[in-house]
Design a protein around this ligand. Structure first.
Ligand code: GDP
Ligand code: MG
Length: 340
């Protein structure tokens, strides 16, 4: 599995060096993509210097601050074009501990499409949050989970890993939310597209250096969007009930492909990185330039073997999307403890 760790950055000059160095130790086979929105504090320059020193660190420079969701969408598109197989979302403020990366991505090797690092499942922790902040975050999570039927304990968590397969199936161009709303929307979309979701416990450490960029507006946006999506979901369900059987059958989503036919093919069947043509980055959202120094470009395919041994014991629940009937029976015996 060829992993790409995406780090969105805005003014993280005090954290970025430590984050990247710790990623390289914790998951040496991973490439790193820094998506920087022209941080005035020179974050991108530090990342480029590290790229020259360490290799496999790419910097996408975007012209203006455009939000977390937009940065991840651009990062996903970049990585998909280059054949990466696992995509990690991670804050660049050391709230997400790089040492947890291996256990975070391990379930992808077992066929899971989205692994959410959860602060709220047994084993998860937020050592230094005050009660009111925890209540706000956990309350928002419970609301989103109930309204959208997500069955995850921490849908707003920004420390998570996706399979390339599910990112290709989700219409990323239609994902519009930012901040916490983006994280919830992605869980919702993965399930809507028949993907499986699991959670692993993480420790979330509040940032020590730099300032949070999240605002009250982003919290309100998330709540409003969750309510709207829940309304759409209910309306769709109602229309499904009212629709005549023939129309319903014609409009039905295709069933999810089986494990055997899908992403769990042997490593030898995968396209090697060298054969993936390098194309200049471009998205419909924001023009951006990608580092031209001797940074990533290609990733050595020989370094991509991934050890997945330590995942199973820590794995939470594997949840099934609406189109995933085939996979459901395969996973019945894998346990469901994600609600806790
Ligand atoms: N590229 C980019 N990164 C952002 C933007 N806003 C926040 N970030 C980064 O997203 C991550 C999470 O943001 P943070 O402010 O720590 O949010 P919090 O953890 O919810 O307080 C950090 O790495 C930020 O530097 C943005 O507009 N553009
Ligand atoms: Mg943070």
């Amino acid at each position: 599995m060829l992993p790409l760790v995406i780090l969105p950055t805005y003014n993280e000059s005090e954290n970025i060096e430590s984050v990247i160095r710790r990623i390289r130790v914790a998951l040496p086979e991973a490439a790193v993509l820094v998506v920087d929105d022209s941080s005035p504090d020179g974050t991108a320059l530090i990342a480029e210097r590290l790229g020259k020193e360490l290799g496999q660190v790419e910097v996408m420079r975007r012209p203006a601050k455009a939000g977390l969701g937009s940065a991840y969408r651009a990062g996903f598109a970049w990585g998909l074009e280059r054949g990466f197989e696992a995509f990690v979302e991670m804050d660049c403020d050391l709230s997400h501990e790089p040492e947890a990366l291996r256990s975070l991505i391990a379930p992808l090797g077992e066929g899971v499409d989205l692994v959410v690092g959860s602060r709220y499942m047994p084993g998860g922790a937020i050592p230094n949050w005050r009660l009111h902040r925890r209540l706000l975050s956990q309350g928002g999570n419970i609301y989103a989970s109930l309204m959208l039927g997500l069955h995850v304990t921490d849908s707003t968590s920004g420390f998570r890993a996706y399979s390339a397969d599910i990112l290709r199936r989700v219409d990323l161009g239609a994902v519009r939310a930012d901040g916490y709303g983006f994280q919830i929307e992605m869980v919702h979309q993965v399930l809507e597209h028949g993907g499986t979701v699991t959670e692993v416990p993480i420790r979330f450490v509040d940032r020590v250096e730099g300032k949070s960029k999240m605002s009250g507006h982003i919290v309100v946006e998330a709540l409003a969007l969750v309510t709207w999506w829940a309304f759409l979901r209910a309306a769709r369900a109602l229309l499904g009930v009212l629709r005549p059987a023939t129309t319903a059958a014609a409009g039905a989503r295709p069933a999810r492909r089986t494990r055997a036919a899908g992403r769990l093919s042997p490593a030898s069947a995968r396209k090697p990185m060298e054969s993936v043509p390098l194309v200049p980055f471009a998205t419909s959202e924001t023009p951006a330039t990608v580092g031209t120094s001797a940074t990533v470009g290609t990733v050595d395919a020989a370094t991509t073997a991934l050890t997945t041994g330590e995942s199973s014991a820590r794995q939470g629940s594997a949840r099934q999307g609406s189109a995933g009937q085939e996979k459901a029976s395969e996973q019945e015996d894998e346990g469901e403890s994600g609600d806790g």
